[in-house]
Ligand binder design. Structure first.
Ligand code: C5P
Length: 237
């Protein structure tokens, strides 16, 4: 497999073509951004940590029967993935209230949400990823009703797998965002799962162990990501 030209550079990852039209290389960079790119920094080792973290989680999900685009690690900061036709809608599940939910509804952080909530957001930086719903997604042909039902089913399946994985390691999976795409008529999990796209708290102390450390200027961002990984049994370089 040969890495070819860059196809797309996102805020923290880049996608490269390969000599195989059905496979891309995902490069995890050290760039870190929050608040729609308003706050930006380079955090040493983040690309490596998130690449390994994502590989570990994707393998766990695949083993539990969730189809993912992940095919394997290529280097400390690169992974091989299947090409997907991406659906421009983000799926967010929340087990505990935090972040935009608290701002939107005026509720306090840390409330248990039972059953966990499921929200959809349109991927659109200029509009700051507005919240949407299934009716809008179908009417605007972002996805079919069947595709949305599958995305919801898989998003909750991911919650079952990961909630217990984090719980066993002394952590609480507060919320997370997933993105899906189409491949060979199937709905497949794409993008990444890392502490950049979820909230994780220590179960006892409720210490924040995710990107809120960067958003809120709490410090030790990558050291804490590595601690999350180590508790899960991930080996970093
Ligand atoms: O900001 P909000 O509270 O809606 O985020 C919910 C979860 O989804 C958080 O874990 C956040 O990190 C993640 N998220 C993300 N990318 C976005 C929006 C949210 O990773 N564009």
């Amino acid at each position: 497999m040969e890495k070819r030209e860059e196809l797309y550079a996102g805020k923290a990852k880049s996608v490269y073509r390969t000599d195989d039209p059905e496979r891309f290389v995902l490069v995890f960079r050290d760039d870190t951004s929050a608040f729609d790119g308003e706050k930006k920094e380079q955090l040493n080792r983040k690309g490596m940590v998130n690449n390994r973290f994502n590989a570990f989680i994707m393998e766990k999900l695949e083993a539990a029967g969730v189809p993912t685009h992940f095919e394997g690690l290529l280097s400390p900061t690169e992974s091989l993935v299947k090409k997907l036709d991406m659906i421009p809608v983000e799926c967010v599940v929340r087990n505990v209230s935090a972040g935009s939910l608290c701002r939107r509804l005026g509720v306090e952080e840390g409330l248990n949400l039972n059953p966990p909530t499921f929200e959809l957001f349109l991927k659109n930086d200029e509009l700051h990823d507005p919240m949407v719903n299934e009716s809008l997604a179908v009417s605007f042909s972002w996805a079919t009703a069947d595709e949305l039902a599958k995305m919801k089913e898989l998003t909750y399946q991911v919650n079952d797998v990961l909630k217990s994985l984090f719980d066993d390691a002394g952590m609480l999976l507060v919320d997370y965002k997933l993105e899906f795409g189409r491949s060979g008529g199937q709905i497949v999990l794409g993008d990444e799962f890392s502490p950049d796209g979820c909230r994780i708290w220590d179960k006892e102390t409720r210490k924040k162990m995710d990107k809120d450390r960067f958003r809120q200027g709490l410090g030790d961002v990558i050291e804490t990501y590595e601690e999350v990984g180590r508790r899960l049994g991930i080996q970093f370089d």
